[in-house]
Design a protein around this ligand. Structure first.
Ligand SMILES: *Cc1c(COP(=O)(O)O)cnc(C)c1O
Length: 454
């Protein structure tokens, strides 16, 4: 067996098109509804928030969507990204399984997020938009959008969940280094923020609240648009460069995955890796199992309800059918900040309802243990989010050690953890607790879902 560790593509192997799974699904996803009328929305309803180029991608059923050359030029700063075979981890686990990971931590922001922030900034810039607003939790999306905005000459204003703003100052500094402005959310700058602060001056904030603030500012200014780092169809589309490259790299390795594992917050890195393989599977080429892993403290796929809900806390966004914990969800302070959104991508939710993928939830201490084991064998300290996927890979590889199965496992190592050392510190000093999500809160949130007759 070859001991090759790293599978690298040439710059000329960079994908020319993103892959749109919608073209190959047996059933189209449910429509997005207007928050007031509950009628399906049209492109004009989204125009105050997004540029036409992205709205077109949000609704298209075209299979292969061309990547504009100026976007590919920026992608070349770090893409194609490497695929690794985890030989040392396999050996440590004594497993006959073969574990591959696609590493997205080589990007300028240290995660997969620039795969979408770059095209989002590009489409806004060519349509004459001057400023983008967005939310960020731990700061990964904020730093990715700030990077893209500076390249395309846009100004960028970011509402960061207050708990992270205070606990994770260095992502904020990185955002400011790229030239963007950061406000802690809830902020007194918006109606949405003022309402929350009036009820709770010490609110730690949430992604849903920060989205309300960023949307409110964008909707009020014709030269400003809003950008979202996950959840939406166009974001998942942009992330498919991960899976398209990984598919070529698996061919170089002479293997094809039996099991694809990824972590899910809003679903974008997972979909980015899995959708090209799922498209093959739907076309009868290969039959990998596909498994999403989420935190047990924010269990949207495994315990949320599949229903129409808002994307933000104040109820300003269109209604999307998705697995949700309720739009007024305020997460417990777990360390995988990127996995704390109240809902799952509508497209990924639909794919889950069609029975095309599985989902598991995991406790954070197990995940950090996996992250540490991974770091000690592979030399990369993973972000807390992908440790959820790594914990699942490690369990699966251990099962293979018992059964002798030579399973091929592929995962997305979607970011490094260099800004998350405080979280590792707490894990290593045994100061971290698991926070399973209480059933009462799930039940209570369901009562507050918008009532939609469809
Ligand atoms: C944002 C982020 C996530 C969660 O978002 P998805 O859309 O589910 O991918 C996971 N990992 C990292 C490193 C992130 O930055």
């Amino acid at each position: 067996m070859s001991q090759q560790t790293k599978y690298l593509l040439e710059e000329s192997d960079l994908p020319t098109h993103w892959y749109n799974l919608v073209a190959d699904l047996p059933e189209p996803p449910p429509p997005v509804l207007h928050p007031g009328t509950h009628e399906p929305i049209g492109p004009e309803d989204l125009a105050p928030l997004f540029p036409g180029g992205l709205i077109a991608q949000e609704v298209t059923a075209e299979r292969d969507v061309e990547i504009p050359e100026p976007v590919r030029e920026v992608y070349r700063l770090w893409r194609p990204s490497p695929l690794y075979r985890a030989h040392r981890l396999e050996k440590a686990l004594g497993t006959p399984a073969r574990i591959y990971y696609k590493y997205e931590g080589v990007s300028p922001a240290g995660s997969h997020k620039p795969n979408t922030s770059v095209p989002q900034a590009y489409y806004n810039a060519i349509e004459g938009v001057r400023r983008l607003t967005t939310e960020t939790g731990a700061g990964q999306w904020g730093s990715a959008l700030a990077f893209a905005c500076t390249l395309f000459g846009l100004s960028c204003e970011i509402w960061q969940v207050r708990a992270s703003y205070e606990q994770k100052p260095y992502r904020r500094s990185m955002i400011e280094t790229f030239g963007a402005t950061v406000h802690p959310s809830p902020s007194p700058l918006t109606e949405a923020g003022r309402t929350i602060l009036a009820a709770d001056p010490d609110s730690p904030g949430s992604l849903g609240i920060a989205i309300s603030e960023a949307v409110e500012i964008a909707a009020a200014d014709p030269e400003t648009r809003y950008a979202l780092g996950s959840v939406l169809n166009h974001v998942l589309l942009h992330q498919t460069v991960i899976g398209l490259e990984a598919r070529k790299q698996m061919e170089m390795a002479g293997d094809s995955p039996d099991l694809i594992i990824g972590c899910t917050g809003g679903g974008s890195n997972f979909a980015g890796l899995a959708f090209p393989f799922l498209g093959d599977k739907l076309a009868g080429r290969g039959d990998p199992e596909i498994r999403a892993v989420e935190p047990s403290s924010c269990p949207t796929l495994t315990r949320g309800t599949y229903a129409y809900d808002f994307g933000d806390t104040a109820g300003m966004t269109p209604l999307m059918k998705m697995h949700t914990l309720g739009h007024d969800f305020v997460p417990d302070p777990i360390h995988a900040g990127g996995l704390r959104y109240h809902a799952m991508s509508p497209l990924l939710s639909h794919v889950y309802e069609l029975g095309l993928l599985e989902a598991r939830a995991r406790d954070q201490r197990d995940c950090f243990a996996a992250g540490v084991q991974f770091a000690r064998n592979e030399g990369i300290v993973p972000a807390p989010e992908p440790t959820h996927a790594l914990a699942e890979c490690i369990d699966e590889a251990r099962r293979c050690a018992e059964t002798g199965e030579e399973k091929v496992i592929l995962t997305a190592l979607c970011g490094h953890g260099h800004f998350d050392m405080a979280a590792y510190d707490r894990y290593l000093s045994e100061d971290l607790i698991d926070r399973p999500y209480p059933q009462e809160r799930i039940d209570a949130a369901l009562e507050r879902l918008p009532k939609v007759d469809v």
